[in-house]
Design a protein around this ligand. Sequence first.
Ligand code: PMP
Length: 407
Amino acid sequence: SGIIAEDKIRALFPILHQEVNGKPLVYFDNAATTQKPIQVIDALKKYYEVDNSNIHRGAHTLASRATDYFEQTRNLVKQFINAPSTEQVIFTKGTTDSINLVASTFGRKFIAEGDEIIISTLEHHSNIVPWQMLCEEKGAILKIIPIHDNGELDLEAYKNLLSNKTKLVAVVHASNALGTINPVKEMIEQAHEFGAKFLLDGAQSTAHLDVDVQDLDCDFLAFSAHKVYGPTGVGILYGKWELLESMPPYQGGGEMIKEVTFAKTTYNDIPYKFEAGTPNIADVIAFGEAIRFVNQLGKAAIRKHENQLLEHARERCATIKGFIPIGTARDKVSVLSFGINNIHPFDVGMMLDASGIAVRTGHHCTQPLMERFKIEGTVRASFAVYNTIEEVDRLVESLTKISKRKN
Ligand code: PMP
């Protein structure tokens, strides 16, 4: 269906071609992590078979080859998010690590007693806890943007929270639990009117939406390679030049220094100042192949395909008895979060797994959001570019059967 040639794409993902509990696997846990195309898997193997070497300091051929490939990925990421320069692309372990980096360095230097940090009800724990820790340490205050019943941010309340005390706003671009896409460009502009910096959690947006850091004008962007068809263990932190320059280092060690004496150490330039120690070379290199994969398809085509799946799922699920959608915003990435009347989400997940369908159940690392809806958790089906309408139909059929068991 549509502009994505599903068979060709699915052929690139070896993991999809297996049976689970006697049924062809339907992988709908893409918001947790996407599967990896063969180019990514091959790049990992090739690196260890042919290029393995430590980067940035070796005088030999393998080291310079590995360094070139590693830095090529940095350049691909720069283009992927339209960063002004490669120096502003920092490799981390993941979104969590990127956010903690900002909390520890920007936070250490720029957040003082009585300052305010604004986050939202939609945040993943990784964009809550680091700020709580920082606020506790500094005597700063955490403010929370509430949401409407459909899972959209209350933007009026946001405006009222902003003040000259606001030093940082840290908000998710697209919610992992509900799929809501937040109007972040306008929110960033509003934060800047008060001189506040804006950190964008792009963990759930970078695989689906165009994320252009210059157009959005965010001060920081954090995301994870493993949610964009790349390997685990690689994250990105983008930051504005003058901010990164003014922030102290995150960890101390090799790579992040210019010169070390026992009297005084000088730090390396960005991005290396924030990349202490041997990085995750193989996975960074393989992430380059994931970006090439996404670029070849184009975000517009990916989004169109995923929207078709989501719309089809929303329409068909609405006819299931006892189906309760959680998060009904109009503008969503491909996340369908729901409950089935009288059946615990975990049981729904187990029954779907028995039919070969992989979904996530529970609080999705967004416990305050679950509390807002007065629920323990949801069942979450999240779609990627390799999913099909037929797979959505299998989900609907299974859910229909499940709903009839107890309702
Ligand atoms: N933020 C959001 C919105 C997420 O969905 C996730 C991953 N579920 C994270 C942050 C954390 O990402 P990671 O576990 O890769 O560090």
